[in-house]
Design a protein around this ligand. Structure first.
Ligand code: SF4
Length: 119
């Protein structure tokens, strides 16, 4: 079955088409460079995303502090991560880059603060 995707690896945004090659892989066309093939194969077999969110804090000045994953997380796990983050209230101060959750669900992905709390 043919799949259509847009490569998000760079701003060009090539329109890709992928068809099973009969050998447990995908034949990809429409890419202007090899990264498109890698993107399509990853997207069709193990899609991952950088996840961004905010967590509540005890600071009156900055009641929500932005966080993000330090590398792409399997997309199927994003909802579980967001549920955990939205239940949290963290103590300030925190620093940009500081780890909030280490090795989320044994994925090797850390959740880090993406700004300082400034107090
Ligand atoms: S295939 Fe290459 S040129 Fe096209 S969007 Fe992907 S990275 Fe950019």
């Amino acid at each position: 079955m043919k799949k259509s995707l847009i490569c998000l690896s760079c701003p060009v945004g090539c329109r890709l088409e992928a068809v099973p090659d009969g050998k447990n892989d995908w034949e990809v066309s429409g890419n202007q460079c090899p990264r498109g093939v890698v993107y399509a194969r990853n997207e069709l077999t193990d899609p991952r995303r950088i996840v961004t969110a905010v967590v509540r804090s005890d600071s009156e000045l900055l009641p929500f502090i932005p966080v993000r994953t330090d590398r792409p997380l399997p997309r199927r796990m994003a909802a579980r991560l967001l549920n955990e983050l939205y239940r949290m209230q963290i103590k300030t101060p925190v620093k940009c880059g500081e780890v909030l959750i280490k090795d989320f669900d044994q994925t090797g992905v850390n959740i880090v603060f993406s700004s300082n709390s400034n107090n």
